[in-house]
Structures are given as C-alpha cells and as structure tokens.
Ligand binder design. Sequence first.
Ligand code: NAD
Ligand code: LMR
Length: 331
Amino acid sequence: MKKSPLRVAVTGAAGQIGYSLVFRIAAGEMFGPDQPVILHLIEIEPALPALQGVVMELEDCAFPLLHGVVPTADLDEGFKDVNWALLVGSVPRKAGMERKDLLGINGKIFVGQGQAIARRAASDVRVLVVGNPCNTNCLICMHHAAGVPRDRFFAMTRLDENRAKAQLARKAGEHVSAVTHMAVWGNHSPTMFPDFFNARIHGRPVPEVISHREWLEKDFLTTVQQRGAAVIKARGASSAASAANAVIDTVRSLIQPTPGDDWHSVAVCSDGSYGIEPGLICSFPIRSDGRSWHIVPGLPLNDFSRARIQASVEELKEERAMVSELLTRSA
Ligand code: NAD
Ligand code: LMR
C-alpha cells in the first residue's frame, strides 16, 4: 500500500544548509525510498526570489517521492499540517564570534515559529532546531509551542558526534564506522563534552585503543569543540553540507530503531537524568525504538566527565538567563 506523503518544513530553505538539505530529503534520504514528502520551504520575504530558484531546481530533479512544494514567508502557511519542522533559518556566526553571540539576533525568530507550530502543525509534529545557538533557540521555541509535548523538541548535536567519531577513527587508524557509542553532552558550543570514555572502537573502550590520554583530554576535545570555528576560518562560511548531513542522520536515528546497544547524540529537554536540571535543552545519548526515544540510563561518568558536563550545563543556564525576556512572555 502506498504511504501518504509526510509534510516537512525547512526554514531558511534558500540558505547554505537549506540548499544542501532539501534535495536530499526529496530524494528519500531522510524518510526512506518509499515515503513521499511534501516540502514546506519557509524563508523571509527578501529571500523569496532565491527560494524560487531552489523550487525550480527541485522541479527539474523530477524526484519521484516529491509530491509538492510550498514556498512561503508566511508561518501559518509554512507550518500547516507539517509532521516535521526543521528550523534552520537564522543568521550564522562569522569568524571571531561565539554561537551564543547570535542569541540577540536569532532568539526572537523562535518565538513566532514556536507559536505557529503550535497553531498549525500536525498533531504528531516533531521539531529539530539547527539555527544557532540551537539549544537555547529550541528552548525558546518549545516555550512558545503551547500544547506540543516536550519530547517532540530536539536541537542538533549530531554534527559534533560525527566530528568526534571522525577524529577518533583517524587517530586510531580505523574506519569511522568502527567508532560507536559516542555521546556528546551539553551545549552545541565550545563547552560540549564528546565523551571518549564511553565511546568504543570495534567494541573496545576508546581509552584502551588510544592510550595517548593527553591527546584525548586536550587535542581531541579542543578539535571537536572548535571544529565549527575551524570550518568558518577555512571556508569563510559556516559548515553547510556536513550540517545538512547531520540533520538527515538526526532524523533517521529518531525514526529508526537504534542498532544493538549503540546510541546517538541529540539535545532534548532534560528530565533530570544524570542530575541535569529538568527543562534545559541538553545533549544526551539517546536510543530510539523507531517511534519513541529515551535517554540512555546508567552510563558511568568519572570526575573529569562530570566537571565538563557541569560546565556546559552552567553555560546553558547562562544562555537561558540571557533570553529570560523571551521566556517570560506568555506562550
Ligand atoms: P545562511 O545564512 O546560509 O542561511 C540562513 C537562511 O535563513 C537565509 O536564507 C535566511 O534568509 C534565512 N532566514 C533568516 N531568518 C529567517 C527566518 N526568521 N525565517 C526563515 N528563514 C530565515 O546560514 P546557514 O549556513 O544555512 O546556517 C543556518 C543556521 O544554522 C545558522 O544559525 C548556523 O549557525 C546554524 N548551524 C548549526 C549547526 C549545528 O550543528 N547545530 C551546524 C551548522 C550551522
Ligand atoms: C558548526 O558547528 O559548524 C555550526 O554550529 C556553525 C558554527 O557557527 O560553528
């Protein structure tokens, strides 16, 4: 039996990440080769002409799974009946900035979007925030999306997981697919903690395979934490293809059962697991059964790990304080 189309909203669809993302969704890479999609491409008014070009190219691909495109600057039209809302649209940082420097510019975008999602989206809507600083933007969106359950909100730290795996594989001289169980904890920022203690290479704990502890504790952490800035320095623009790829990985990992006893990283609304304050949008190791997800319980954390996770959680609280005005306004 033919599946009915899923409606997928992508904000900032004429931007860099949007351009790397929407064609892959339309080709079936996110929801599978038998799942039709209707793309709702949301942009600000000045970007509508560029968005029209993206729509023309989508048409020119003649994708069998693409059953419609809704290009719009109107949030009510854009989020109408959507099953997934991929919130990419926002300003990226430039060299020399931290992601949280964007809060003043980007934070308010997620007020109206959260409200429109609550008003218009399908009852099963799930929301993935990519626009930075993504954890706190997700918090703002969730606050304003009255009635949408909290377990439907995600912020993207999968790019950090993928980066961490790539660095460990390179150091160990192994293929990246040998690296599993990579939990990124905390904020998508330089305080994030890619947990090399619990990660494995060919099933063995990383510190057993890579005995160079100073490299793990210093070079590895810094490289992953600063990778976004390094890409901006090299490219003159923030990561786009790898970010779009991580969006696809994130959604697939939530809608497909997690293989074996592995896990993946995504920021979700804390339920107090691992002592992290409930309500913060914090990155955790997550497992999915294809329909619902849960935070992987009981991972051992030593003093080194705990201190780093705590520092990142403190930063999330600081960011929350910076946007308190956007969080006190009634939802
Ligand atoms: P970009 O500037 O190329 O594109 C952003 C697009 O968003 C533009 O087309 C712009 O018109 C649109 N936009 C701006 N405000 C909007 C609004 N209110 N509604 C709808 N669209 C709006 O930027 P990009 O490189 O695509 O990056 C987008 C965001 O993703 C940035 O905030 C960037 O920092 C973030 N990012 C996050 C991760 C992550 O891992 N979480 C990775 C890479 C980039
Ligand atoms: C990234 O990690 O590449 C993105 O968050 C973009 C940035 O500003 O670093």
